[in-house]
Write a protein that binds this ligand. Structure first.
Ligand code: IPE
Ligand code: IPE
Ligand code: MG
Length: 245
């Protein structure tokens, strides 16, 4: 039986988040430039988006560019930005066809004007779609996001519109870029590294973690279904004991 057939549709993760890693190494192993890997990475994005639509996942968040990725060589950053412009433009009709709503989280003010414009356009055009919500994490990091949230809370506390005693985890949730989304249930990282790299640190407090050595360009639909099957074999206890569930 294929992994797809093994998925229990009644127990799907509502929100899957993916650290798409390994494009550069994938290309290097083929004797090609890192950028070549990013191009194939964009193909994998299409596959996994389609697989999410087919499975009925509500939220898919893809870590496409971190705050720290601004420190890569200029040529690579430029190539990634150009690829984003092209991919967003090319994929908009497909997103419409599959009823996908696009959103973005991160410090979008740092994105080049052309990327920001294409992004805003696609977000606007797809805003009424009711199927999968596809969230691109761009110029994103939790440390950036938490600093912004803390500033917002501090401003309110100083101005007297928020009492310090009233601060709860909801106060923080509501001020993160992910405020309107459920927390990720399943966090996948491709490319073999066993780290979170500043991605959804707060939101993934109780996410199931799934690491695979596969490089992102090789991560297709079956790999995605396999990760969901693995998730469905876990027992999520949220601090309780088995017998209480
Ligand atoms: C992930 O692949 C894509 C981005 C971070 C933009 P990498 O570019 O990090 O590829 P590796 O990890 O160097 O192989
Ligand atoms: C994490 O990958 C960021 C994205 C996938 C966008 P990196 O390749 O930047 O992570 P590190 O630096 O190896 O942890
Ligand atoms: Mg990497």
């Amino acid at each position: 039986m294929s992994y797809k057939e093994q998925i229990d549709k009644s127990r799907l993760p509502r929100h899957i988040a993916i650290i798409m890693d390994g494009n550069g190494r994938w290309a290097k192993e083929k004797g090609r430039e890192r950028t070549y890997g990013h191009q194939y990475g964009a193909e994998a994005v299409r596959m996994v988006t389609e697989a999410s639509v087919e499975t009925g996942i509500e939220y898919l968040t893809l870590y496409a560019f971190s705050t720290e990725n601004w420190n890569r060589p200029d040529e690579e950053v430029d190539a990634l930005m150009a690829l984003m412009v092209m991919s967003i433009e090319n994929e908009t009709p497909t997103l419409m066809k599959h009823n996908v709503r696009l959103q973005a989280i991160g410090d979008l003010s740092r994105m080049p004007a052309e990327v920001k414009a294409k992004l805003d356009q696609c977000i606007g055009v797809t805003s009424q779609n009711t199927g999968l919500t596809l969230v691109l994490a761009l110029s994103y990091s939790t440390k950036w996001e938490m600093v912004e949230a803390v500033k917002a809370i501090a401003r309110q506390a100083v101005s007297g519109s928020l009492a310090v005693e009233e601060i709860t985890d909801r106060t923080i949730d509501d001020r993160l870029t992910t405020a309107a989304m459920p927390d990720p249930d399943l966090l996948i990282r491709t490319g073999g590294e066993m780290r979170i790299s500043n991605f959804l640190l707060w939101q993934a407090a109780y996410a199931e973690l799934y690491f695979t050595p596969e490089y992102w360009p090789d991560f297709g639909k079956e790999s995605f279904y396999k990760a969901i099957c693995d998730y469905q074999n876990r027992e999520r206890r949220f601090g309780k004991i088995s017998e209480q569930l």
